[in-house]
Ligand binder design. Structure first.
Ligand code: MTE
Ligand code: CO
Length: 390
């Protein structure tokens, strides 16, 4: 028999006295022992804090929903702190009846909907185009979050205003200091875009666009205008800064791809990963996330030997269109070195490419739309690093 474990045989501090009563924490926070689970930024990445980004701690999360306080933030002019009573959403341009809505007006529309969708910044993994750079899935893949939204279809508002027959494009505009503006094809706006006021069951966080944000399922995060104040209807795109100098993809021959809206299928192993090394030999659970802007994930393959052999991962939890999907591989680790990769396949049959396959088509001048396969090298001591193999 082993020596008695004092953690079992002695009374611990938390059992010696009564704990906090109800209402000591009217809005709850995570345990004080979870303080390391936070959004993090990379200081040298941007010149200012107001036009910058931080990253979701994917390696600390499970399931498919991102807790509201951990959703990565990407602002071009800082967080607008909008008083909801003073917020207005205008619909103008090629409409029969230009309209202005208050937040209260939006909440009275029939046809309210709930959806979980991923939002991925087109620049996610953008630092990795020329080779492995950032050590941790939080930094290589953390410009993605997956939230339950409540709102109304954008179509409802467009129908109310009466879109003219020559209309083809929408311009979404934010009320923040950056005045973020993006052109969106009318067809997409009518198909599945939402105007939302709620995330994960409560009001949007200021960081995510309180009081009203546009949701553009499956398409690049830049189009999901936060603090949404105006939708203009037009017959051609506006060619704003964010769709000309930014969010275009410079190719090897000097030409640029434009209006590359859809986020192609992608996946990443979140555990193990550089911030979450392997600690135990024997049975282990590998876990990761897969997503596709074209619909549902149909399969995820995982390799432990750098892409030589693949096995299908076990998908658990709901597989929703244009939502993060959780996968697992239960495996035994005897201390061998591993090159871990994952490869997502979506319902259209699209297969996530290797980084080399991607570079053959796209060159290395791009920042945006890097959905290449990630490799983690697990050393014999369990430590894990970001590497690339040919
Ligand atoms: N909307 C406004 N009004 N201002 C912004 O700076 N950033 C865009 C988009 N919508 C932005 C915005 C970009 S580039 C991305 S990736 C997403 O919002 C980020 O959303 P998040 O902060 O909820 O992660
Ligand atoms: Co972005």
């Amino acid at each position: 028999p082993a020596a008695p474990d004092p953690l079992i045989t002695t009374v611990q501090d938390w059992a010696r006295t009564l704990g906090d009563g109800v209402q000591a924490r009217p809005y709850g926070s995570p345990s004080q022992y979870e303080k390391h689970v936070v959004r993090r930024d990379v200081e040298w990445l941007t010149a200012s804090r107001e036009s910058s980004v931080n990253f979701t701690p994917l390696h600390e999360l499970d399931g498919i929903i991102t807790p509201s306080g951990l959703c990565f933030e990407r602002h071009h002019g800082g967080i607008a702190e909008i008083e909801p009573g003073k917020h207005r959403l205008m619909i103008n341009g090629l409409v029969d009846k230009p309209m202005v809505f208050t937040v209260e007006d939006l909440k009275r529309f029939p046809g309210r909907q709930n959806h979980a969708y991923f939002l991925e910044c087109a620049a996610n993994s953008g630092m990795e185009w020329r080779g492995a750079q950032l050590n941790g899935c939080q930094f290589t893949h953390g410009m993605v979050h997956n939230v339950w939204y409540t709102g109304i279809p954008l179509k409802t508002l467009l129908d109310e205003a009466g879109v003219r027959t020559n209309a083809k494009w929408l311009l979404a505009e934010g009320a923040d200091s950056s005045g973020m503006t993006r052109s969106i094809p009318l067809e997409k706006g009518l198909k599945d875009c939402l105007v939302v006021w709620s995330m994960n069951g409560e009001a949007l966080r200021p960081e995510q666009g309180y009081p009203v944000r546009l949701v553009v399922p499956g398409w690049e995060g830049n189009m999901w205008v936060k603090w949404l104040r105006r939708i203009e209807v037009g017959d051609q795109p506006w060619h704003q800064r964010e769709e000309t100098s930014k969010y275009t993809d410079l190719l090897a021959d000097g030409r640029s791809r434009r209006f590359t809206f859809v986020m192609d299928a992608k996946s990443v192993v979140t555990n193990p990963s550089p911030q979450a090394p392997l600690k135990h030999k024997g049975p282990n659970v590998l876990s990761g996330l897969a997503w596709s802007g074209r619909g549902r994930i149909s399969r995820v393959d995982v390799s432990l030997d750098g892409g030589r052999n693949w096995r299908s991962a076990r998908i658990d939890g709901p597989v929703l269109p244009m939502s993060l999907t959780r996968f697992y591989v239960d495996f035994d680790w005897n201390g061998q070195e591993m090159m871990i990769q994952s490869r997502a396949i979506d319902e259209t049959g699209y297969v996530q490419p290797t980084k080399d396959e991607l570079r053959k088509v796209r060159g290395v001048n791009s920042i945006y739309h890097n959905n290449g396969i990630q490799t983690w090298l697990v050393h014999a001591n369990g430590e894990t690093e970001n590497v690339e193999i040919g």
